[in-house]
Write a protein that binds this ligand. Structure first.
Ligand SMILES: [Zn+2]
Length: 324
């Protein structure tokens, strides 16, 4: 269990649930102040996570009944996992980012469109069988949507969900991503925008109309936005709490530029489709972590295209890239 951080009447109790995956841990945070207890993010839906959560509450002399609200940074399942379980036992408001409700509620039309989006994307990126396999998985997942959707009533975050905790739009990792800034104390609840031990993926996603979002560019802009804040501590969605995160933000920003250079070099040397880039750069991971690899590659190609470093041409239904 992590130590409590407190200042000026506001206490943060980090709940850090270890995992053997690369993420290191699933983190969520109790924010306690006079007369109110809020939960920022809600972990993953597992027995271990639930036990950790309820034991952590107990250690702090709190119970579920003391919770007043849940506040969510973004729609990914490892951030909303316990929402329904908590709300079914203790009915409290759940505040979520604008743009996440259709995802959390598994809106059928949206997800059908999203599946079609990836089907076309992987085809046009030359992914062949690996792409078709991934689309099959997405289609199968559509069947499970009623089971997987968040059942609780959701309220869109429109202003500070608690006093002096400002929501800031930071898309990139996900289109709906928010961080929450406590300006007075220099605290940032950074969700998955900023993780100490790994750079977070800017996952390729469509917007409402099915257009591909420039997710890596968005991620860069979101990091730049945060670099202008005076932050002493970033409470991250995974891994350790980050003190004085400015350096790390700079490292992540230069990391984006470096990786884009690397992709550009491959394109320069004639690796001219996204699928070839995925196979060449990521080897076995192209098959084992297909969607993440393609997100990385496509994100960087879009980024290079926006910066006029590459251009693409459709050839036999597949986009071919060349350096400019
Ligand atoms: Zn995430």
């Amino acid at each position: 269990m992590s130590e409590v951080i407190h200042d000026n009447g506001r206490k943060i109790h980090p709940i850090i649930v270890p995992t053997r995956s690369d993420l290191g841990s699933f983190n969520f945070y109790l924010v306690e102040e006079e007369g109110s207890v809020s939960l920022i993010d809600a972990g993953i839906n597992s027995a271990k996570c639930w036990d950790f959560f309820t034991e952590s509450l107990g250690c702090k002399g709190l119970s579920l009944k003391d919770l007043d609200r849940i506040i969510i940074t973004h729609n990914h399942e490892d951030h909303v996992g316990l929402v329904d379980r908590i709300v079914s036992k203790h009915d409290i408001p759940v505040y979520v980012p604008e743009n996440s409700i259709h995802r959390l509620k598994r809106d059928k039309d949206f997800f059908r469109m999203r599946t079609e989006f990836f089907s076309q994307l992987y085809r046009e990126m030359g992914c062949g069988e690996a792409g078709e396999k991934q689309v099959e998985k997405l289609k199968e997942a559509l069947e499970d949507h009623d089971k997987k959707k968040v059942q609780a009533d959701l309220t869109q975050i429109e202003s500070d969900p608690i006093n002096g905790l400002k929501p800031i739009q930071t898309p990139g990792h996900s289109p709906d991503h928010l961080v929450f800034l406590d300006e007075k104390r220099g605290w940032l609840f950074s969700g998955d925008l900023l993780i100490r031990h790994m750079s977070s993926n800017a996952l390729v996603e469509p917007d409402h109309e099915g257009n591909r979002l420039p997710t890596l560019l968005q991620q860069e802009q979101s990091l730049e936005k945060c670099s202008s804040f005076d932050i002493q501590i970033a409470f991250s969605g995974h891994g350790v709490t980050i003190e004085n995160p400015q350096n790390l933000i700079e490292v992540r920003l230069s990391g984006i530029k470096k990786k884009a250079e690397k992709v550009l070099n491959y394109v320069n040397n004639g690796t001219d489709t996204a699928s070839k880039l995925g196979k060449t750069m990521y080897k076995g991971k192209y098959e084992s972590q297909f969607s993440l690899v393609m997100s990385e590659v496509i994100g960087h190609l879009d980024y290079l295209e926006i910066h006029k470093k590459v251009e693409k041409e459709m050839n036999n239904g597949v986009w071919h890239y060349k350096a400019l």
